[in-house]
Design a protein around this ligand. Structure first.
Ligand SMILES: [Zn+2]
Length: 184
C-alpha cells in the first residue's frame, strides 16, 4: 500500500489510481493501516463532495417541483369543482335601512348605516327567506323580482346566489316555507 517513491512516502488513490504523497490524502483515524490517511486523495474527495451536493440539489429541486405540481393539482381541483345551482324564482326582495354597528368618530359614537335585503326565493316546493346585510360599499343586488335565480345551498343555513358576473352572493337563510300542494 504505502511505499516510497523518490524518497517520499505515498500511496495510490483508490479513486483516480494515481500515486500521490501521503500529504495529498486527508487524515482519517479509521484508516490506521494507512498511517491514518484516507484511501481517496484530496482532489477526489472534493469531486466526490461536489457531486454529492449536486445530487442533493437535484433531489431538492425534484421535491420542490413535485410539491408545486401537487399544489397546482389541488388548486385546479378546488377551482374546477363544479358548483351545481338550482334554478329558483325570485319571489320578492325587501330592503330595510339598518344599523350595522357603532363607529366611534373623534370620540362620538355614530351608527354605521346599512341595508338589510331579504330575498324570497322559491326552489322546487320550498320558499327560502334569506338575508343579506350590505354596507355602503357592498355589492348591491340587482336581480329582478319574478326572474329566475341560480342558487345553491351551503352549510350553516348559507345560500349562494349566482350573480351575473359569475361570482356569488352569500345570504343567510332565516326561514323556509313549504308550498302547499295545489292539487289538494
Ligand atoms: Zn484521487
Amino acid at each position: 500500500m504505502i511505499h516510497l517513491k523518490n524518497g517520499i512516502l505515498g500511496k495510490v488513490c483508490s479513486t483516480c489510481h494515481e500515486w500521490k504523497s501521503l500529504d495529498e490524502f486527508p487524515t482519517d483515524p479509521t484508516h490506521a493501516s494507512s498511517q491514518g490517511r484516507h484511501c481517496r486523495c484530496r482532489d477526489c474527495h472534493k469531486k466526490f463532495a461536489r457531486r454529492r451536493r449536486q445530487k442533493l440539489a437535484l433531489v431538492r429541486n425534484a421535491v420542490i417541483v413535485i410539491a408545486m405540481g401537487v399544489c397546482a393539482v389541488i388548486l385546479l381541483q378546488a377551482k374546477g369543482k363544479p358548483r351545481t345551482y338550482e334554478t329558483g324564482k325570485l319571489v320578492d326582495v325587501s330592503v330595510q335601512e339598518v344599523t350595522r354597528g357603532i363607529a366611534v368618530i373623534s370620540g362620538m359614537a355614530a351608527p354605521i348605516p346599512g341595508k338589510l335585503y331579504t330575498f324570497q326565493i322559491q326552489v322546487n316546493d320550498l320558499t327560502y327567506f334569506a338575508e343579506y346585510r350590505a354596507g355602503k360599499l357592498s355589492y348591491k343586488p340587482d336581480w329582478v323580482v319574478n326572474d329566475p335565480i341560480q342558487a345553491r345551498l351551503g352549510d350553516d343555513n348559507k345560500m349562494y346566489l349566482k350573480r351575473s358576473n359569475g361570482q356569488e352572493l352569500e345570504v343567510l337563510i332565516v326561514k323556509k316555507v313549504r308550498q302547499k300542494d295545489s292539487n289538494n
